[in-house]
Design a protein around this ligand. Structure first.
Ligand SMILES: Nc1ncnc2c1ncn2[C@@H]1O[C@H](COP(=O)(O)OP(=O)(O)O)[C@@H](O)[C@H]1O
Ligand SMILES: [Mg+2]
Length: 208
């Protein structure tokens, strides 16, 4: 079963957390801009990652989509750091590196059941830039659509243990369907709706 913890935090504690978040943002990007594209998303991610009811479903993961440079990776990094400071951080893995890791080692345990990891159990984690990786990845002739495989297992981990997954991607629904569904089904596409809060980060690229 999926675990939900809707915490009611005291106003004092909430304002301490807000201060911590804005410090982290300032540290990472001194000239960080809050605008129409991201203010609401940041507010809701803050509530989400502190386990409070807001715009997002606490039972689900995060699927952050949008064009290049709209700040998706930055937001993940900010909330990963925010989590670390509160002892419930998550690591971010770049999908291209994950696919390469498979090609080199033929191993995906860290990203799935994590039986060889420190905690020896699956953990919440983020995958950055989904859709940028090489598909299929090739481990000495053994070909695998690595992220399709991982998304599949992460879905099962979510269903059975409430383990969360956070994604950033440039892909829209059609592209995701093309890359990760099999020819005659919508296995991954349909599960995205079920498993994730889908968030669109719009606007111009913030890259300078
Ligand atoms: N709100 C923001 N204000 C100012 N700069 C930002 C903001 N968000 C991201 N950036 C900067 O814009 C660039 C692109 O951000 P990034 O998170 O890599 O975008 P994406 O992952 O969506 O492609 C980075 O150099 C980042 O530091
Ligand atoms: Mg990015």
């Amino acid at each position: 079963m999926v675990k939900v913890s809707d915490k009611t935090l005291s106003p004092e504690y909430t304002s301490q957390l807000r201060l911590l978040l804005s410090r982290i943002i300032k540290e990472q990007i001194p000239d960080f801009i809050y605008d129409q594209q991201n203010t609401e998303v940041i507010k809701n991610l803050f509530l989400y990652y502190t386990g409070q009811v807001g715009g997002y479903d606490l039972k689900k993961g995060i699927w952050l989509m949008g064009g290049n440079g709209t700040g998706k990776t930055t937001l993940l990094q900010i909330f990963s750091e925010f989590g670390k400071k509160r002892y419930d951080g998550f690591r971010i893995y770049d999908c291209a590196k994950v696919a390469n890791d498979y090609a080199m080692n033929g191993e995906l345990d860290v990203y799935t059941y994590n039986q060889t990891g420190y905690s020896r159990k699956p953990v919440n984690m983020a995958f950055d830039e989904l859709g940028r990786e090489t598909i299929p990845s090739n481990h000495f002739g053994q070909k695998l659509n690595v992220m399709q495989h991982i998304l599949h297992i992460r879905y099962n981990l979510w269903r059975t243990e409430g383990i969360q997954t956070y994604i950033t991607t440039n892909c829209d629904a059609d592209e995701t369907h093309r890359l990760y569904d099999n020819v005659n089904d919508r296995f991954i596409s349909d599960r995205i709706k079920e498993m994730y809060n889908r968030i669109v980060l719009d606007g111009e690229s913030r890259r300078k």
